[in-house]
Design a protein around this ligand. Structure first.
Ligand code: UDP
Length: 342
């Protein structure tokens, strides 16, 4: 079984991807410093797959501490790099923390992948690299505009660093996956989104409001130029995102000749949904009324972004199969379980 190193394996997308990797026949080790996650997610993975995943609780910024992980696992054939800070709003207020964490971690990992001859690399990028795009939906060829926040800039810079390395390193290939808005949870409700930090993404804010952890929630901005005045995003189920990683890995491993070029894929459904429509879907699917008000625009937000996902469909054979209703249903199931255990 090919061994894959997943950084951020205890995090939200990392843990769901590990499930899909195991079910496809990969062996996985995780590297996660747990600053925004918890190793208890590994119990959930065990209950779903029957496999115990080993996590190395090491910080990617600490190069010396990383070396033993690679020494002990000389058979790693690929790296999927999720570990990063990810809050748009927090990044506006703590730029240095974002630059230092997201960029240093990536550089160390790329450096060690060369030293230990690991040839396949997949990077968690984000649709935030497109900035306030002039064209919608965005394709992988849509020009990147100015990053709207430090988080987005770490993703633009990360992509560029990987492209530059891929161009000059023999026998190395990489894929850049631009996630739109991952949401929802595994259908078992044994794993889901459970950051240590206070939730700032829309779907967990919705479920936390519904369960009463928050008295009410705010829709950030009601005067955008969209069909109902609220921002448009492309919400994509986390298990569809997970599957894309497995397919991307297969694509890299099946290459007979390395390309010296990073391949970029958009991972979204192709459908733009407003904040208001997302809330309506939650209310309807789960039969719950949410307590919300309209407030100011949030700093760093783009008006609208959704994906053209044809490239991933054609090259990776990736067909996302879950819609906003399934996202809201599974996210709510997970919230109910999570609230009883945490
Ligand atoms: N949003 C909101 N209220 C919240 C959290 C998010 O209105 O409490 C909006 C946010 O302004 C954006 C959309 O929901 O328009 C998605 O935000 P999220 O943080 O989930 O993802 P982003 O697209 O910013 O990465």
């Amino acid at each position: 079984m090919p061994k894959i190193l997943v950084t951020g394996g205890c995090g939200y997308i990392g843990s769901h991807t590990i499930v899909d990797l195991i079910e496809t026949g990969f062996e996985v080790i995780s590297l996660d410093n747990l600053i925004n996650s918890d190793e208890s997610v590994l119990d959930g993975i065990f209950q779903i797959t029957g496999k115990k995943i080993l996590n190395f609780a090491v910080d990617l910024a600490d190069r010396e501490m990383l070396i033993p992980v690679f020494e002990q696992n000389s058979d790693i054939v690929g790296i999927i790099h999720f570990a990063a800070l990810k809050s748009v709003n927090e990044s506006v207020h703590r730029p240095l923390q974002y630059y230092s964490n997201n960029i240093t971690g990536l550089i160390n990992l790329l450096d060690l992948s060369e030293r230990y001859s690991i040839k396949n690399f997949i990077f968690s990028s984000s649709c935030s690299v497109y900035g306030d795009s002039d064209e919608l939906p965005v394709t992988e060829l849509t020009p990147l505009k100015e990053a709207q926040c430090p988080y987005a800039y770490t993703k633009q810079a990360g992509e560029r660093i990987i492209q530059d390395v891929t161009r000059v390193r023999d026998n190395f290939s990489s894929i850049l996956l631009r996630y739109f808005n991952p949401a929802g949870a595994h259908h078992s409700a044994l794993i889901g989104e459970s950051s240590r930090n206070i939730a700032s993404n829309l779907v967990p804010v919705i479920t936390e409001t519904a369960i009463g952890k928050r008295q009410s929630m705010t829709i950030f901005g009601s005067d955008y130029e969209t069909r109902d005045g609220t921002c448009v995003r492309d919400y994509i189920h986390v298990m569809d995102i997970a599957r894309a990683h497995t397919l991307a890995l297969r694509y890299l491993l099946d290459q007979t000749e390395k390309q010296n070029e990073s391949v970029v894929f958009n991972l979204g459904t192709g459908e733009g949904i407003t904040v208001k429509e997302a809330i309506d879907a939650f209310e309807q699917v789960n039969g719950i009324k949410l307590n919300y008000t309209y407030g100011q625009r949030r700093e760093g937000d783009v008006v609208a972004v959704y994906a053209n996902n044809k490239k991933a469909q054609e090259i990776l054979n990736w067909i996302p199969s879950r819609d906003i209703n399934e996202i809201m249903r599974s996210a709510w199931e997970w919230e109910k379980v999570r609230s009883t255990i945490h």
